[in-house]
Design a protein around this ligand. Sequence first.
Ligand SMILES: Nc1ncnc2c1ncn2[C@@H]1O[C@H](COP(=O)(O)OP(=O)(O)OP(=O)(O)O)[C@@H](O)[C@H]1O
Ligand SMILES: [Mg+2]
Length: 289
Amino acid sequence: MKLNKKDSNLRVEILSQALPYIQKFHGKTFVVKYGGSAMTDPVLKLETIKDLVLLSCVGIKVVLVHGGGPEISTMSKRLNLPVKFVDGYRVTNKETMEIVEMVLVGKVQKDLVNLFNVSGAKAIGLCGKDGKLFSAKPIANMKKYGFIGQVQTIDVDILHTLLEKSFIPVVSSVGADHFGQNYNINADDVAGSIAVAMNASKLILMTDTPGILKDSKRPDTLISKMSIKEAEKLIKNKIISGGMIPKTSAAISTLKNGVKAVHIINGGLMHSILLEVFTDTGIGTMILR
Ligand SMILES: Nc1ncnc2c1ncn2[C@@H]1O[C@H](COP(=O)(O)OP(=O)(O)OP(=O)(O)O)[C@@H](O)[C@H]1O
Ligand SMILES: [Mg+2]
């Protein structure tokens, strides 16, 4: 692409703004959750993966956790299985659990690994069972949600081993309990647990909205910065609903367990992660301790 002078100036401006951030974050760990809802455009998806490779090239240790809600729903419908959500969680019966594992681990994750590979990096795909990264237990009400799990134990040894050798880990949110029963875990929960266990500098949740909105239908009502207390209040007042509930809850518990900042950003915006990490202004919603 040939750049005109204005574009070139902008590019140089952004690059020069990035220096203090590169110095600050070199050697630090970022856990990034790439939401399934933000993954629908293949061009954007490749650009997002390239942005993550860039972060890795400037010395940031990137762990990618991915979602895949829309792909699971599409496959379920193709197989005439019910698609139902309660409190933002996918109701997961035995058949749906099989589809969740096949789609997330077998397809979405491997597609992402492939995109890293073609972008000049080396990625390794894992789910909770690989290297015993995490085990699962059911969330409170099995009758209500089915095989929806939460992280029970976590051992990030395998992630450190991979990062030391410059592999980028790509993690699917499927795990098993100690008897081998599979559970579908919300990927935001998995990303939060990994961020805590790795003592990450940041947890970045890439989704399909500009961030947390006061009115979920109006992008101009974005809340740029909020405290844990404010986030809890928004859930209580039902301003936050659907998939934003597990996302915000994961953000809150991640912050309470020691991670300094959680960013919710729009993965549907080209280079949103670079804008968030490397510019003075930032985008999206930042929740702070
Ligand atoms: N106050 C709010 N602000 C912004 N989004 C909200 C709000 N309340 C509810 N939402 C919904 O939350 C959705 C994001 O959660 P969702 O689970 O759908 O995406 P994801 O987590 O990125 O994808 P996946 O679950 O596939 O990984 C938004 O698309 C929006 O419809
Ligand atoms: Mg979600």
